[in-house]
Design a protein around this ligand. Structure first.
Ligand code: NAG
Ligand code: NAG
Ligand code: NAG
Length: 466
């Protein structure tokens, strides 16, 4: 067992060595811009995972094996990443956030050169990392017919389950690797949905067919929209971004979204939420609500341009006839009635049967810290009181303040300082430290003595002061 592992590690190194040797950075030029895709930046595997044997619908994936695993590969955790939207491609996560290489641009003689640069904070340092373009119709994924595009989270989960089990089936060594589902923004719906679906399937499937789900992580997620939409006005007001009269206007807009939910008019509820955000955008005049500290929005367009190159599509094994779009309006519209529906009950099962990490970039005004805390405290889970009473620990990475972490039992909450909505883009190394320590139960995520508070109330005399 051990020696075969050693052998396979050696073979891997050998392959890596040859890949490095043969790396030719041929630039692909299209009219005004050129793209460079060095061989060492290629995924370990990529292509399509069928989700329905009767149609050609399939989920596109890229897989990057761990760069520096400290466990045999057959025991090395696998992370799955899902982008939000609804309708946005996980290739944004891959090439702008947490993948091993990121798209960067340089200008010369009016030509934009797009190339790939190593990401020092990649999430595949010690874990395998899989990006899935979800749901079908997004990014390079294929929806055979528009009717097959999911309109609810159950269908999203069903398709993801087919893709994930399909991926695991690609290599006998994938079967027992601990699996973690991660994602951001609207994946605050997808991540709980697929996690919940896996738990339910595992209850009825024979052991050999179960999925080895260990945990889920959600970054700046939309999970319990009604509770979350109520927080925009107070959050902006107490951040000094709007005045009291504007706070009243914003509260009125939020109330409309909730009224539509009560009427069961889900599409109008979604539109009312978007109108609330539009109003907040107009009031604040910010470059982006995704990060109130930014002067310019995130450069997601670079990724889109890069992936529109035919040569890049060829290298990734993506269908060449697909014109890559950062977000699909067709998929976004299909999920219009899903947006305001809560999946909190799914997180309540996941926190009992696996572990859950909720993390937010501190500068996000769309799905930020306040909006997450608002729904977390309403969770039906026997540990919630103790979680809420747990200390919020000062979290440092390499001796520097990185944020705050609160943890009790299987639930962890992290606030990432110096980051907006796309946490790994803004805080590469800290986001890497966060995900690695959370998966491995290390550092601020170490398992304390269960049920014993970190500090007794008597060690805080100041709580008795007026
Ligand atoms: C080249 O770039 C300019 C300015 O960005 C643009 O107006 C023009 O349409 C581009 N041409 C082609 C062939 O893409
Ligand atoms: C939702 O509300 C809009 C605007 O009031 C209305 O036009 C539409 O018919 C409603 N839809 C449903 C399903 O009630
Ligand atoms: C925000 O401003 C734009 C441009 O002035 C306007 O078209 C839009 O209606 C405004 N949105 C809201 C919700 O007031």
């Amino acid at each position: 067992m051990k020696s075969t592992t050693k052998l396979s590690c050696f073979l891997q190194l050998l392959v890596l060595f040859f890949l490095r040797q043969s790396s030719v950075s041929s630039p692909f030029t299209t009219a005004n811009s050129s793209s460079t895709f060095p061989s060492e930046a290629l995924p370990t595997k990529s292509g399509y995972l069928p989700i329905n044997s009767n149609t050609n619908s399939a989920i596109f994936y890229t897989f990057y094996e761990a760069q520096d695993p400290f466990l045999p590969l057959s025991q090395t955790p696998l992370l799955i990443w899902l982008q939000g939207g609804p309708g946005c491609s996980s290739m944004i996560g891959n090439f702008l956030e947490l993948g091993p290489y990121r798209v960067v641009d340089t200008q010369s003689e009016n030509i934009q050169h797009l190339s790939l640069e190593r990401n020092i904070g990649s999430w595949n340092r010690i874990f395998g990392l899989i990006f899935l373009d979800n749901p079908i119709g997004v990014g390079f994924s294929i929806a055979a017919t528009p009717e097959e595009i999911p309109r609810d989270q159950h269908t999203v989960a069903k398709h993801l389950f087919a893709a994930i089990t399909g991926f695991i089936g690609l290599d006998p060594d994938f079967k027992n690797r601990p699996l973690y589902i991660t994602g951001e923004s609207y994946a605050g719906k997808y991540v709980p949905a697929i996690g919940y679906y896996i738990l339910k399937q595992n209850m009825r499937l024979p052991e050999a067919q179960r999925v080895n789900l260990k945990g889920v992580a959600i970054g700046n997620g939309l999970t319990d929209p009604v509770t979350q939409v109520k927080t925009h006005a107070v959050n902006a007001y107490f951040s000094g971004l709007i005045n009291e009269r504007q706070k009243g206007e914003l509260e009125e807009a939020q109330r409309k979204a909730i009224e539509f939910v009560k009427m069961g008019n889900w599409s109008e509820a979604t539109n009312a939420r978007l109108k609330t955000l539009d109003l907040l955008q107009n009031m604040t005049g910010l470059a982006t609500l995704y990060d109130f500290s930014k002067k310019v929005p995130y450069k997601t367009r670079l990724v889109t341009k890069f992936l529109q190159s035919v040569e890049v599509k060829k290298k990734l094994g993506a269908k060449e006839s697909i014109v890559f779009d950062e977000c699909s309006d067709v998929v976004g519209n299909a999920l219009l009635e899903d947006v305001m529906k809560s999946v909190k009950y799914m997180v309540e099962l996941l926190v009992k049967k696996s572990k859950v990490l909720l993390y937010q970039g501190h500068f996000d005004l769309r799905d930020g810290v306040v909006s997450t805390e608002a729904w977390v405290k309403t969770m039906k889970w026997e540990g919630i009181e103790r979680f809420l009473m747990a200390d919020r620990k000062v979290w440092k990475v390499n001796g520097e303040l990185a944020g705050y972490v609160q943890k009790w039992g299987s639930l962890s909450h992290a606030v990432v300082l110096g980051a907006g909505h796309l946490v790994p883009t803004d805080q590469a190394l800290n986001s890497q430290a966060m995900i690695e320590d959370w998966v491995m139960d290390k550092g601020v995520f170490a398992c304390g003595k269960k049920g014993v508070p970190h500090q007794t109330p008597w060690s805080h005399p100041e709580i008795y002061s007026p």
